[in-house]
Design a protein around this ligand. Sequence first.
Ligand code: GLY
Ligand code: MN
Ligand code: MN
Length: 431
Amino acid sequence: MIAATEFARRRRQLMRTVGEGSLVVVPGAHTLLRNGDVEFPFRQHSDFYYLTGFSEPDALLVLAPGRKDGEAILFCRQKDPKKEMWDGPMAGLKGAVDDFGMDDAFPMADLDDILPNLMEGYERLFYPLGRETAFDQRVMEWIGTSRQRKGARPPEEFVSLDHHLHDMRLYKSAAEMRSMRRSARIASQAHLAAIRACAPGVNEYQLRAELLRVFHQHNTCESYAPIVGGGSNACVLHYIRCQAELQDGDLVLIDAGAEYDHYASDITRTFPVNGRFTPEQRAIYEVVLEAQEAAIEAAQVGNSWLAPHDAAVRVITRGLIKLKLISGRLNTAIRRRAYERFFMHKTGHWLGMDVHDVGDYEVHGEPRELEAGMAFTIEPGVYIDGKRDIPKAFRNIGIRIEDSLVLRKRGPEVLSADVPKKVDELEALMA
Ligand code: GLY
Ligand code: MN
Ligand code: MN
């Protein structure tokens, strides 16, 4: 878990980064109605949680560098015994200060009255500009209210908070890495349970049930809707329907991750429904595995973030030429992107509080350099369609192998190494 002192350190770091004369406003997430009187389970917005550790709805953080009465201000719900009887305890204003390390707290209901005053004297306003039209409008209303006062000096400059805040989130601290390790370990156990439960005749949703069972037994939830696709369903990249019976002779692809302490893991394994690869499945699998291992090898401090992708593209193109699924010479085939028919996504993405985590992939128009503390996935795949130019035994094979990693000074640390990915290991596990 992340300590209150770390949340406070992040707030100080953000205030230093935006500089004097800048006010920061970060709204939390809203509850969302599912249907009727039923709400979706509440999940705090990652930006807001990153700076507060506060997981109640209806809250907003203000960072006011240099404010005499306190720089970190939380607007939140006031304690309400009647509401607490239905929904359980709330932190309230006192809890915001005592338990969450805020300098000051106000009721959310007073936001429109207080915020125009708080803005006074700040030149710049940093907030998630453009995330929600309604919030953008509300900010302009606060500025309008503030301007109506005599001699008022509200902010004149409006800056998106994303760049600074998301750059901080890109580099994981030791405590964040611990949470990510735990998230990946739970997800690994879930994958192992699903692999063990697999057999011809079992339904995709039954493997999904195994994944969710393990998540919930560890008091976590999924970090995205699990993908469980047998046969040609594995070629549907975001296949979350999970309604088909698994067939003898097919492969099944499982892409699932847990969310522990607000940190996501993201793991994919592909294996034979009956426990034995056919020669053609095995041939493609070995190409994807070699590509994945080459990509992990290329994930080193100082390399471009695209180096793993380039390594994977090379291995996959070479492998598919050898299997006669791509024609021509290696370098020419790479140049004309012949692999894209079979490998149409990138080899990974940043990973953190969001499964597709925040952080720029380019700096000054150039691919970003990998640095220690960054966390990402490595997930090459090959998806072969069922068109007639493909030899029958290769049709509708979909394979992806995905690990969650954090980059350390000495190299990548694979967080999901507990789930086997070698052919022999997978066959042994299922035997
Ligand atoms: N599970 C989504 C992804 O692999 O990016
Ligand atoms: Mn995934
Ligand atoms: Mn992924």
